[in-house]
Design a protein around this ligand. Structure first.
Ligand code: SF4
Ligand code: SF4
Length: 323
């Protein structure tokens, strides 16, 4: 059951949320859109194709201190701020839901997520989108409130208690809209049965597609940086010049880097780019599915848009079979 809100009342919703949360929303920056902190509703660009970096930029920051050594004493650093996302697309909302499956028992992640508010909004799918293939086009309870475009208005759907509280505000009209399932529907350029493809990856281990793609790939890691579901990290101890002071930080890493699989003694069990590239797909479409029942890809298309070598994940998947 949803409730209508007029476009001109979105500012009231934004202002209410801003009273309690640090609000992160899409903003236009030259030719791109980025997720960043926003203080005034006029800065928000709700009609955007996709943002360069996904919400993971704020949920698991690029470099996050988790312990501090302060005067010889260890102190755990648990995040305390309350963050609200305002205007995430369905794919990014569901990417948060899939990150929850992995990190819910991680104390730093959980502290942020429990205090977080997620407001999603309708999108206009672009050429690189394939969220339908990954099942990420359907609303789930990773979203507190979803605003579905409806002519000159939106219909708000609440998925949690936080969302229901917002929906009870007067700027949502009394009219209710009955919908069984909230989803984004469109014609995908290439519809893929990613579950069937995932099953084939290990069976067809030496498929020529890995060699072909590794020849083109620059191992620049752009694709893993912009992916809302690539979450490899490293842990580094930093010491400061002052005695007995330092910190332990968690920072983004990428399994496409040569150093990622190097272990003690110098052995590297994924020395070839071909093996590293296959590992990305094996994790996203086979082992993650085996463990959690969904792929660790929401079909947002960022890895396609931002690949300097024009590698298109959909083409690689379709070569593996199952298009
Ligand atoms: S693998 Fe590519 S399409 Fe899938 S979620 Fe990551 S960036 Fe988006
Ligand atoms: S963005 Fe493209 S070139 Fe760079 S690592 Fe990913 S697939 Fe390779």
């Amino acid at each position: 059951m949803g409730k209508k809100i007029k476009k001109e009342n979105l500012k009231k919703l934004f202002d209410d949320i801003s009273k309690e949360y640090r609000v992160i929303a899409p903003v236009k920056r030259k030719d791109d859109y980025v997720l960043m902190e926003v203080k005034d509703f006029s800065e928000v660009a709700l009609d955007y194709p996709t943002t360069v970096l996904p919400p993971k930029k704020f949920i698991m920051p690029y470099k996050e201190p988790i312990f501090a050594l302060d005067g010889g004493e260890f102190k755990e650093i648990i995040p305390e701020e309350k963050v609200a996302f305002f205007g995430l697309h369905m794919c990014d909302v569901n990417a948060i839901g899939r990150l929850d499956l992995v990190f819910w028992n991680d104390p730093y992640y959980k502290a942020r997520r429990e205090k977080m508010l997620v407001v999603g909004i309708s999108c206009k799918p672009i050429e690189t989108c394939f969220c339908k293939s990954t099942g990420a086009n359907v609303l789930t309870n990773a979203c507190d409130l979803f605003l579905k475009a409806d002519g000159d208005s939106y219909v708000g759907f609440s998925m949690t208690e936080k969302g229901r509280k917002l929906l009870s505000q007067l700027y949502f009209g009394p009219e209710t809209v009955d919908v069984k399932e909230v989803k984004i529907d469109y014609d995908e350029k290439l519809h893929l049965d990613v579950y069937a493809i995932g099953k084939k990856i290990l069976e067809d281990y030496n498929n020529p597609v890995w060699e072909e793609t590794a020849k083109k790939c620059l191992a620049c890691t752009n694709c893993t940086l912009v992916c809302p579901l690539c979450y490899c990290f490293d842990v580094i101890d930093e010491t400061f010049v002052v005695p007995n002071e330092g910190q332990r930080v968690r920072c983004w890493d990428s399994c496409l880097l040569l150093s990622f699989a190097r272990v003690a003694g110098g052995h590297n069990f994924r020395k070839d780019l071909k093996a590293r590239y296959r590992n990305v797909y094996t994790h996203k479409f086979k082992t993650f599915v085996d463990e959690f029942g969904v792929p660790s890809c929401v079909g947002c298309g960022r890895c396609i848009t931002f690949c300097p070598a024009d590698i298109d994940m959909r083409e690689t998947l379709s070569k593996l079979g199952g298009a």
